[in-house]
Design a protein around this ligand. Structure first.
Ligand code: SAM
Length: 325
């Protein structure tokens, strides 16, 4: 059987290229390779550039390897998770000595890819009947159905409140516990819909949208892995290196915002009107403080509408007091 094409339209493509184009030759890690659209752009920016692409979904690494076959001497794909950045860099160096050394860039384009969302058998979409899975790497960890089988009412309510931004978190959580086990995505979507008051059902989008997103974030440990990779990147990238993150959810974006802010201020909490007098040392400067896609892009690619780009550059040793490294 022929496998379906892997089509994912890269979000804020030009804005991401603008972050990486001024960098000198060297290794850029694309931690969320997906279909390889951003990776191809980064390879095209400079013939001296190497790209190491990671994805926890083997269908993504396979698709990107195909798309980027023409760059084989400068591109390497690995079926790995981005929070393993340190180990992955060692593996890449062992596989090809050109890939040895600290990276000058890291891109994270968070969230799920279009093929993950659109293939019913992956279980990400409340609109498509399929097994309630939602794992980006279906060979590891618990599926969404398994998670719901054992979750407590308190934990699920908290998850839906924090990551699902749901006003009806408790009502939905109670209905979900009463309705389990779940064999399919649409079975869960129906339970969620019937759990909210009739008046609320008539306004806004489908209430399952945010619940599915919250479950996906939990099943894939997305927030924890984001914190780990950023912490490692601050230590592993070369001075002058750049980190760009595209997030699609307020939980992700607030982590990126806080961790970047901490690097830029060096953790200084002095009132801004007095300047920093506590001796905190800045480790980074903003390249893109916060940017949303243009309305033209949102019209052409509605999936980009919640995107938020943030980017920083790690400072050179000695500059502004210097950073570790
Ligand atoms: C929005 S897509 C990336 C699209 C890509 N920028 C492109 O141009 O096609 C996000 C990808 O990140 C992957 N991903 C999410 N979390 C990951 C993690 N912790 N480690 C590695 N890959 C991850 C997903 O499997 C998905 O393929």
């Amino acid at each position: 059987m022929k496998s379906a094409a892997f089509v994912h339209r890269p979000v804020m493509f030009q804005e991401v290229m603008d972050v990486f184009s001024p960098l000198r030759a060297g290794l850029v890690v694309d931690g969320t390779l997906g279909g390889g659209g951003h990776a191809r752009g980064i390879l095209e920016l400079d013939p001296q550039r190497l790209v190491l692409g990671l994805d926890r979904d083997s269908s993504a690494t396979a698709a990107a390897e195909k798309l980027l076959a023409g760059y084989s001497r400068r591109f390497m794909a690995m079926h790995r998770e981005f929070d393993e950045l340190d180990e992955v860099l060692v593996k890449a160096c062992e596989a090809d000595s050109k890939f040895c050394g600290a990276p000058i860039g890291l891109l994270l384009d968070l969230g799920a890819s279009s093929p993950q969302l659109e293939r019913a058998e992956r279980g990400f979409s409340y609109r498509l009947e399929g097994p309630l899975d939602m794992r980006m790497d279906p060979t590891k960890g618990q599926s969404a159905a398994e998670y719901l089988d054992s979750v407590s009412l308190d934990e699920l309510t908290l998850l839906l409140r924090d990551n699902g931004e749901s006003r009806f978190a408790y009502r939905i959580a109670r209905a979900v516990l009463a309705g389990r086990p779940f064999l399919s995505t649409t079975q869960l979507a129906d339970v969620i819909k019937s759990a909210i008051p009739a008046a609320a059902r008539r306004t806004g989008g489908h209430p399952a949208t945010r619940v599915f997103q919250a479950l996906r974030i939990r099943v894939n440990d997305e927030l924890e892995k984001l914190q780990v990779v950023l912490g490692k990147a601050f230590d592993l990238l070369l001075p002058g290196g750049r980190i760009a993150v595209l997030s699609y959810h307020s939980g992700e974006d607030s982590i990126v915002k806080a961790m970047f802010h901490n690097q830029v201020t060096g953790g200084c909490t002095c009132p801004p009107r007095y300047g920093c007098v506590c001796g905190a040392v800045s480790n980074a400067a903003y390249v893109v403080r916060s940017k949303a896609p243009s309305s033209k892009e949102i019209d052409e690619n509605p999936r980009s509408r919640s995107a938020r780009l943030r980017a920083i550059e790690l400072l050179d040793v000695g500059e502004a007091g210097g950073r570790r490294n």
